[in-house]
Design a protein around this ligand. Structure first.
Ligand SMILES: Nc1ncnc2c1ncn2[C@@H]1O[C@H](COP(=O)(O)OP(=O)(O)OP(=O)(O)O)[C@@H](O)[C@H]1O
Ligand SMILES: [Mg+2]
Length: 270
Protein backbone atom coordinates (compact mmCIF):
# COMPACT_ATOMS: atom_id res chain seq x y z
CA UNK A 1 0.00 0.00 0.00
CA UNK A 2 1.46 3.38 -0.94
CA UNK A 3 1.67 6.11 1.65
CA UNK A 4 -0.09 9.43 1.04
CA UNK A 5 2.57 11.98 0.11
CA UNK A 6 2.55 14.94 2.49
CA UNK A 7 4.38 18.19 1.86
CA UNK A 8 7.57 18.15 3.90
CA UNK A 9 7.59 20.79 6.62
CA UNK A 10 11.15 21.74 5.61
CA UNK A 11 13.02 21.11 2.39
CA UNK A 12 16.52 22.36 1.62
CA UNK A 13 18.12 22.12 -1.78
CA UNK A 14 21.79 22.88 -2.25
CA UNK A 15 21.81 25.27 0.70
CA UNK A 16 25.10 27.13 0.90
CA UNK A 17 26.33 29.72 3.36
CA UNK A 18 29.61 31.56 2.89
CA UNK A 19 31.44 33.76 5.33
CA UNK A 20 34.30 36.10 4.54
CA UNK A 21 35.62 37.31 1.19
CA UNK A 22 38.57 36.53 -1.07
CA UNK A 23 41.17 34.23 0.48
CA UNK A 24 39.28 34.28 3.77
CA UNK A 25 36.11 32.94 2.14
CA UNK A 26 34.78 29.88 3.87
CA UNK A 27 31.72 27.71 3.25
CA UNK A 28 30.00 27.19 6.59
CA UNK A 29 27.32 25.19 4.73
CA UNK A 30 28.30 23.46 1.54
CA UNK A 31 25.21 22.50 -0.49
CA UNK A 32 22.92 20.91 2.09
CA UNK A 33 20.02 18.79 0.74
CA UNK A 34 17.58 17.88 3.49
CA UNK A 35 13.92 16.93 3.71
CA UNK A 36 12.16 17.02 7.08
CA UNK A 37 8.65 15.66 7.49
CA UNK A 38 6.15 16.99 10.01
CA UNK A 39 6.54 15.29 13.38
CA UNK A 40 10.17 14.22 13.06
CA UNK A 41 12.51 14.59 16.04
CA UNK A 42 15.94 15.18 14.56
CA UNK A 43 19.20 15.49 16.43
CA UNK A 44 22.12 17.11 14.65
CA UNK A 45 25.61 16.19 15.78
CA UNK A 46 29.07 17.05 14.55
CA UNK A 47 32.34 18.67 15.59
CA UNK A 48 32.63 22.30 16.60
CA UNK A 49 32.56 24.60 13.57
CA UNK A 50 30.88 22.12 11.20
CA UNK A 51 27.90 24.46 10.63
CA UNK A 52 25.20 23.30 13.05
CA UNK A 53 24.31 26.74 14.43
CA UNK A 54 24.55 28.28 10.97
CA UNK A 55 22.02 25.72 9.71
CA UNK A 56 19.62 26.30 12.64
CA UNK A 57 19.82 30.08 12.17
CA UNK A 58 18.80 29.72 8.53
CA UNK A 59 16.02 27.25 9.38
CA UNK A 60 14.79 29.72 12.03
CA UNK A 61 14.75 32.55 9.43
CA UNK A 62 17.32 34.50 11.43
CA UNK A 63 19.88 34.34 8.65
CA UNK A 64 19.97 33.93 4.86
CA UNK A 65 21.79 31.42 2.73
CA UNK A 66 23.98 32.59 -0.16
CA UNK A 67 22.80 29.92 -2.51
CA UNK A 68 20.26 27.11 -2.71
CA UNK A 69 16.64 27.02 -1.64
CA UNK A 70 14.68 26.69 1.58
CA UNK A 71 11.04 25.58 1.32
CA UNK A 72 8.90 25.88 4.43
CA UNK A 73 5.58 24.02 4.11
CA UNK A 74 6.27 23.81 0.39
CA UNK A 75 6.86 27.53 -0.15
CA UNK A 76 10.25 29.09 -0.85
CA UNK A 77 11.05 31.57 1.93
CA UNK A 78 13.77 33.37 -0.03
CA UNK A 79 11.48 36.08 -1.36
CA UNK A 80 9.50 36.63 1.86
CA UNK A 81 9.83 40.06 3.46
CA UNK A 82 11.49 40.54 6.86
CA UNK A 83 8.05 41.19 8.34
CA UNK A 84 6.77 37.88 7.01
CA UNK A 85 9.82 36.08 8.44
CA UNK A 86 9.10 37.67 11.83
CA UNK A 87 5.46 36.62 11.63
CA UNK A 88 6.37 33.01 10.81
CA UNK A 89 8.84 32.98 13.71
CA UNK A 90 6.24 34.29 16.14
CA UNK A 91 3.55 31.85 15.06
CA UNK A 92 5.29 28.70 13.97
CA UNK A 93 8.88 28.47 15.18
CA UNK A 94 10.37 28.32 18.67
CA UNK A 95 14.12 28.78 19.00
CA UNK A 96 16.40 27.83 21.88
CA UNK A 97 19.72 29.58 21.28
CA UNK A 98 23.11 28.09 22.06
CA UNK A 99 23.89 31.02 24.38
CA UNK A 100 20.30 31.52 25.65
CA UNK A 101 20.03 35.17 24.39
CA UNK A 102 17.96 36.26 27.38
CA UNK A 103 17.38 40.00 27.50
CA UNK A 104 19.15 41.37 30.55
CA UNK A 105 16.90 44.36 31.15
CA UNK A 106 13.78 42.18 31.26
CA UNK A 107 12.92 39.85 34.13
CA UNK A 108 12.27 36.14 33.69
CA UNK A 109 8.52 36.30 33.03
CA UNK A 110 8.92 39.20 30.58
CA UNK A 111 11.64 37.29 28.71
CA UNK A 112 9.39 34.26 28.38
CA UNK A 113 6.39 36.39 27.30
CA UNK A 114 8.43 38.19 24.61
CA UNK A 115 7.49 35.99 21.60
CA UNK A 116 3.81 36.69 22.35
CA UNK A 117 4.14 40.47 21.87
CA UNK A 118 4.39 39.92 18.13
CA UNK A 119 1.02 38.16 18.19
CA UNK A 120 -0.79 41.26 19.44
CA UNK A 121 -1.85 39.63 22.72
CA UNK A 122 -2.67 41.84 25.76
CA UNK A 123 0.05 42.08 28.41
CA UNK A 124 -1.92 40.39 31.21
CA UNK A 125 -2.69 37.44 28.96
CA UNK A 126 0.92 37.23 27.81
CA UNK A 127 2.19 37.15 31.38
CA UNK A 128 -0.41 34.54 32.35
CA UNK A 129 0.67 32.29 29.49
CA UNK A 130 4.37 32.81 30.32
CA UNK A 131 3.68 31.99 33.96
CA UNK A 132 1.99 28.71 33.00
CA UNK A 133 5.03 27.62 30.96
CA UNK A 134 7.46 28.64 33.72
CA UNK A 135 5.48 26.47 36.13
CA UNK A 136 6.16 23.43 33.90
CA UNK A 137 9.86 24.16 34.22
CA UNK A 138 9.69 24.58 38.01
CA UNK A 139 10.63 28.24 37.78
CA UNK A 140 7.52 29.84 39.30
CA UNK A 141 9.50 31.31 42.23
CA UNK A 142 11.97 32.92 39.81
CA UNK A 143 9.43 34.81 37.66
CA UNK A 144 10.57 38.24 38.87
CA UNK A 145 14.31 37.50 38.97
CA UNK A 146 16.57 39.18 36.44
CA UNK A 147 18.52 36.85 34.09
CA UNK A 148 21.84 37.64 35.83
CA UNK A 149 20.40 36.39 39.13
CA UNK A 150 19.92 32.88 37.71
CA UNK A 151 22.20 29.87 37.55
CA UNK A 152 23.30 28.62 34.10
CA UNK A 153 20.82 25.75 34.24
CA UNK A 154 17.97 28.05 35.26
CA UNK A 155 18.82 30.43 32.39
CA UNK A 156 18.70 27.48 30.06
CA UNK A 157 15.25 26.44 31.32
CA UNK A 158 13.99 30.04 30.92
CA UNK A 159 15.32 30.05 27.34
CA UNK A 160 13.47 26.80 26.62
CA UNK A 161 10.27 28.10 28.25
CA UNK A 162 10.50 31.18 26.01
CA UNK A 163 10.89 29.01 22.89
CA UNK A 164 7.75 27.04 23.81
CA UNK A 165 5.46 29.84 25.01
CA UNK A 166 3.75 30.37 21.64
CA UNK A 167 3.11 26.63 21.10
CA UNK A 168 5.30 26.47 17.99
CA UNK A 169 4.94 23.54 15.60
CA UNK A 170 8.69 23.63 14.83
CA UNK A 171 11.22 23.77 17.65
CA UNK A 172 14.86 24.50 16.86
CA UNK A 173 17.13 23.92 19.82
CA UNK A 174 20.88 24.53 19.86
CA UNK A 175 22.35 22.41 22.65
CA UNK A 176 19.35 22.93 24.95
CA UNK A 177 20.88 20.74 27.63
CA UNK A 178 24.52 21.69 27.09
CA UNK A 179 24.98 23.18 30.56
CA UNK A 180 22.78 20.84 32.53
CA UNK A 181 23.56 17.83 34.67
CA UNK A 182 22.19 14.54 33.37
CA UNK A 183 19.07 14.58 35.60
CA UNK A 184 18.04 18.09 34.50
CA UNK A 185 18.90 17.17 30.89
CA UNK A 186 16.46 14.29 30.99
CA UNK A 187 13.72 16.54 32.46
CA UNK A 188 14.17 18.88 29.48
CA UNK A 189 14.33 15.94 27.06
CA UNK A 190 11.10 14.47 28.47
CA UNK A 191 9.43 17.84 27.90
CA UNK A 192 10.70 17.95 24.28
CA UNK A 193 9.67 14.33 23.85
CA UNK A 194 6.08 15.18 24.96
CA UNK A 195 6.00 18.06 22.48
CA UNK A 196 7.20 15.65 19.78
CA UNK A 197 4.51 13.12 20.70
CA UNK A 198 1.89 15.84 20.20
CA UNK A 199 2.92 15.90 16.52
CA UNK A 200 5.39 18.79 16.49
CA UNK A 201 8.72 18.84 14.65
CA UNK A 202 11.91 19.14 16.68
CA UNK A 203 15.41 19.80 15.37
CA UNK A 204 17.99 19.72 18.13
CA UNK A 205 21.74 20.16 18.06
CA UNK A 206 23.59 18.17 20.69
CA UNK A 207 27.05 16.86 21.46
CA UNK A 208 25.61 14.21 23.77
CA UNK A 209 25.08 10.85 21.99
CA UNK A 210 22.87 9.61 24.89
CA UNK A 211 20.21 12.15 23.91
CA UNK A 212 19.80 10.67 20.44
CA UNK A 213 17.64 7.97 22.06
CA UNK A 214 14.81 10.53 22.11
CA UNK A 215 15.14 11.25 18.40
CA UNK A 216 13.53 9.64 15.37
CA UNK A 217 16.48 10.57 13.16
CA UNK A 218 20.14 11.45 13.72
CA UNK A 219 22.10 13.62 11.31
CA UNK A 220 25.89 13.92 11.50
CA UNK A 221 27.47 16.98 9.91
CA UNK A 222 31.06 17.44 8.85
CA UNK A 223 32.61 20.53 7.22
CA UNK A 224 29.29 22.07 6.26
CA UNK A 225 27.90 18.86 4.76
CA UNK A 226 25.64 16.04 5.89
CA UNK A 227 27.93 13.07 6.51
CA UNK A 228 25.24 10.61 7.61
CA UNK A 229 21.48 10.57 8.13
CA UNK A 230 20.10 7.72 10.20
CA UNK A 231 16.59 6.74 11.27
CA UNK A 232 16.46 5.53 14.88
CA UNK A 233 14.43 2.62 16.30
CA UNK A 234 11.79 5.11 17.56
CA UNK A 235 10.99 5.96 13.94
CA UNK A 236 11.04 2.30 12.92
CA UNK A 237 8.65 1.48 15.78
CA UNK A 238 6.35 4.23 14.54
CA UNK A 239 6.12 2.60 11.13
CA UNK A 240 5.60 -0.79 12.78
CA UNK A 241 2.57 0.66 14.53
CA UNK A 242 0.83 0.85 11.18
CA UNK A 243 0.13 -2.90 11.35
CA UNK A 244 -2.75 -4.75 9.70
CA UNK A 245 -6.05 -4.89 11.58
CA UNK A 246 -6.45 -7.85 13.89
CA UNK A 247 -2.87 -7.98 15.14
CA UNK A 248 -2.49 -8.16 18.90
CA UNK A 249 -2.40 -4.76 20.61
CA UNK A 250 0.64 -5.62 22.75
CA UNK A 251 2.80 -5.96 19.67
CA UNK A 252 2.11 -2.36 18.63
CA UNK A 253 3.53 -0.91 21.82
CA UNK A 254 6.60 1.28 21.14
CA UNK A 255 9.82 0.10 22.73
CA UNK A 256 11.22 2.67 25.15
CA UNK A 257 14.91 1.90 24.82
CA UNK A 258 16.16 1.71 21.25
CA UNK A 259 18.83 -0.89 20.76
CA UNK A 260 19.92 -0.90 17.15
CA UNK A 261 20.55 1.68 14.49
CA UNK A 262 19.84 1.38 10.81
CA UNK A 263 21.50 3.48 8.15
CA UNK A 264 19.05 4.88 5.62
CA UNK A 265 21.20 7.18 3.54
CA UNK A 266 24.89 7.77 3.21
CA UNK A 267 26.81 10.92 2.47
CA UNK A 268 26.04 11.73 -1.08
CA UNK A 269 28.27 14.77 -1.54
CA UNK A 270 31.55 14.35 -3.17
N1 LIG B 1 29.35 35.53 11.71
C1 LIG B 1 30.34 34.77 11.25
N2 LIG B 1 31.36 35.28 10.52
C2 LIG B 1 32.34 34.51 10.01
N3 LIG B 1 32.40 33.16 10.17
C3 LIG B 1 31.41 32.60 10.90
C4 LIG B 1 30.33 33.36 11.47
N4 LIG B 1 29.50 32.51 12.13
C5 LIG B 1 30.05 31.29 11.98
N5 LIG B 1 31.19 31.33 11.24
C6 LIG B 1 32.02 30.20 10.85
O1 LIG B 1 31.20 29.20 10.24
C7 LIG B 1 31.58 27.91 10.68
C8 LIG B 1 30.39 27.19 11.28
O2 LIG B 1 30.02 27.83 12.50
P1 LIG B 1 28.85 27.31 13.42
O3 LIG B 1 28.63 28.31 14.49
O4 LIG B 1 27.68 27.00 12.55
O5 LIG B 1 29.46 25.96 14.00
P2 LIG B 1 28.83 24.89 14.99
O6 LIG B 1 28.78 23.59 14.28
O7 LIG B 1 27.56 25.42 15.56
O8 LIG B 1 29.96 24.81 16.14
P3 LIG B 1 29.80 24.62 17.75
O9 LIG B 1 29.56 23.16 17.99
O10 LIG B 1 31.14 25.08 18.25
O11 LIG B 1 28.70 25.50 18.23
C9 LIG B 1 32.75 28.10 11.64
O12 LIG B 1 33.94 27.85 10.95
C10 LIG B 1 32.65 29.56 12.07
O13 LIG B 1 33.91 30.09 12.34
MG1 LIG C 1 26.97 26.08 17.45
Amino acid sequence: MSKAKLTPVIELRGLTKQYGVGDAQHNALNGIDLTIEKGEFITIMGPSGCGKTTLLNILGLLDHSNDGEYFLDGTSVERFSGARHARIRSQQIGIVFQHFNLINRLNVIENVALPLTYNGMFRTRRLKQASAVLKNFHLSEREYYMPWQLSGGQMQRVAIARALVNNPSIILADEPTGNLDSKSSHVIMEELSDIHKRGNTIIMVTHNPDLTTYASRVIHMLDGEIASDTKTPIELEKSNKKIPLGMHHKETKAAKKPTKKRKTTKAKKK
